[in-house]
Design a protein around this ligand. Sequence first.
Ligand SMILES: *[C@@H]1O[C@H](CO)[C@@H](O)[C@H](O)[C@H]1NC(C)=O
Ligand SMILES: *[C@@H]1O[C@H](CO)[C@@H](O)[C@H](O)[C@H]1NC(C)=O
Length: 326
Amino acid sequence: MGRLLGSRDTHLLAALLLRLWLGSGTCPCENPVLCNPISESREFEVRRNKVPYGNHVGVFVFDVGGKTWKLYDWSQITTVAAFGKYDPELMCYAHSKGSRVVLKGDIPLKKIVNPAARTAWINHQVALAKRQYMDGINIDIEQQVKKYSAKYYALTALVEEMTEAFHKEIPGSQVTFDVPWCPECIYKRVYNYTGIANSCDFVFVMSYDEQSQMWSRCILGANAPYNQTLAGYDNYIRIGINPKKLVMGVPWYGYDYTCRGLSKDPGGAFHQVWFDNPRSISLKAAYVKKRGLRGIGMWHADCLSYSGDSAAQGQTAAMWEALKPK
Ligand SMILES: *[C@@H]1O[C@H](CO)[C@@H](O)[C@H](O)[C@H]1NC(C)=O
Ligand SMILES: *[C@@H]1O[C@H](CO)[C@@H](O)[C@H](O)[C@H]1NC(C)=O
């Protein structure tokens, strides 16, 4: 039985644990070079050796955890937004492929209306990114905001200040913000979209769930209908957002509805199923190129099957392939 720890010892121990907990600069990658952030000039989302189509179209991927990232098509990926638990192995691997890995940022807006509280939260995110050797942040705040309210101004300021802090503290880092499929098309989500898009590196447009919160009668339809999706981008461009600030989000999931009104269907056997497939995604990718958008991405990459089954392998490969504008 050793002696009891004195108060000086406990302080030292606490400091040591804190250092361990903070990572203390210990790079988790086999090759320490892989802990360096990807520091390509922020004008180009895509590294020069990774420009497959000449038009700087990047692929922005949402990862929600697990290990299926090992089977992504890394030849296309420019950024992974890590929405799952922090995975140092993913960070090292992405960096080895020249891809950025970014944090998820979300907070109740009422907590950042106060400028000092906002700064504290931003500093916390920057410190977290540094500690985990990450390359930026994807701000995913999908909250109701009224025009010209305190939250409205705080949100615009948050994006401006977050971008400034990240660019200063992690050179070449990337700050992005998720916006709905169309500006002011979702009930009570009124943001300063031009202010937000201008101050960050680019916005990720969530072109899916387009039937939700519509003004008209609620009748089911496609999750991300082609014409309506494109109209959303035309709207963003019309209000003054540069196409190079827009990344198109496509759904890699669908909806299965049980039909209620069919007279010959007492057993609920009739369904309507809506989803995007490689063909519909290819058409959208063609628009990305034609309209000169920044890139394309999906919610989310782990929706596909990455099993060894040969049918699944073929279909999954086709979904990735569809992201390349022909
Ligand atoms: C949006 O934000 C920008 C940049 O902060 C500002 O100049 C502009 O006045 C804002 N527009 C509206 C409508 O709030
Ligand atoms: C989509 O837009 C095209 C071109 O404007 C039009 O011809 C077509 O009918 C539209 N399709 C639907 C389903 O609205």
